[in-house]
Design a protein around this ligand. Structure first.
Ligand SMILES: [Zn+2]
Length: 298
């Protein structure tokens, strides 16, 4: 069974209220979620509390689950919101800490506590447009990887995720500035072709290659260029081609992707994990959320 199919099957079982399926979801995702939270919180217990809330939040938002997003994207997005709120509460008034989280949205724009896409302001793209754009961007990443255009991917990520300027990208990659401009031009053309073929997506313009654009924000929130866990596993084993290894090095080190780093840490922990602690957390997450499971619509 392909991974996507297995996942839809699992989510459908959770939607039907099957406790075993829910337990499976917790088992599968708790490790990477705890690693993700611990990148920001030193205390393991604090991280575990937020992971517990994340699973609960997932069940509460299940009726609005958007099947076009992967379960991992969805869970990380909920956890990211919980982390922002947690740190915001704790460091209220300490602007510096908030800056580290790149909290650029006003709290009043956040409408629904457990829906990951709440960060998109009302005046911004409608949910359907966003979804269509996400689809186009993922398509583009897929084309890049299939055709081995990994350097294009690095350039775009430097622009939209790291917010670097052409000159900085050029210096970093040992390219000329016109070469970077050429890649941008080519990529925008490719995006235009993809968005024109899809309905209801606004056309991409030069400004969409900036970190503060909707594309930039969506790219980060949706983990557009994030690696599959199986690919990260092969990366750890050193079993990938040089260009892939170079790309992942960039993505996890320079771009410091929190999501892929969380997966890597969880994978590295591997067999050395404390099984008792894992089991305890799983039971705790399950016990606190199972009541919402039975209330899920059938
Ligand atoms: Zn990533």
């Amino acid at each position: 069974m392909p991974a996507d199919e297995a996942e839809s099957y699992l989510i459908e079982a959770v939607q039907r209220g099957e406790p075993q399926a829910w337990q499976e979801v917790i088992e599968r995702y708790q490790g990477r979620l705890v690693s993700f939270a611990r990148r920001m919180l030193a205390e393991r217990s604090e991280a575990e509390d937020l992971v517990q809330e994340t699973f609960l939040g997932f069940l509460r938002s299940l009726p609005r689950y958007d099947a076009s997003r992967s379960l991992e994207t969805y869970l990380f997005a909920i956890l990211r919101n919980k982390l922002s709120d947690h740190v915001r509460r704790r460091y209220a008034g300490q602007r510096q800490s908030l800056d580290q989280l790149e909290l650029d949205e006003a709290p009043e724009a956040w409408v629904d506590e457990d829906t990951p896409s709440r960060h998109v302001g009302a005046q911004e793209m409608l949910a359907a447009q966003r979804q269509a754009l996400v689809h186009c961007l993922r398509q583009w990443v897929e084309q890049c990887t299939e055709q081995g255009r990994l350097q294009d991917l690095i350039v775009i990520e430097m622009l939209v995720v790291l917010g670097l300027r052409n000159k900085e990208v050029a210096t970093d990659l040992d390219l000329t500035e016109p070469a970077v401009a050429g890649i941008k031009f080519r990529v925008l053309e490719q995006w235009r072709r993809l968005t024109q073929a899809a309905s209801g997506v606004p056309e991409c313009a030069e400004g969409d290659l900036a970190a503060e654009s909707s594309v930039g924000r969506i790219w980060r929130e949706e983990g557009i260029s994030c690696l599959k866990r199986s690919t990260l596993g092969r990366y750890l084993l050193g079993a990938l081609d040089d260009d892939w290894e170079q790309y992942i090095d960039f993505h996890v080190r320079q771009a410091d992707c929190d999501r892929c780093n969380a997966n890597l840490e969880d994978l590295r922990a591997g067999d050395e994990r404390d099984e008792t602690a894992r089991q305890k957390l799983r039971e705790r997450c399950f016990a606190s959320s199972v009541g919402f499971l039975s209330r899920a619509p059938t």
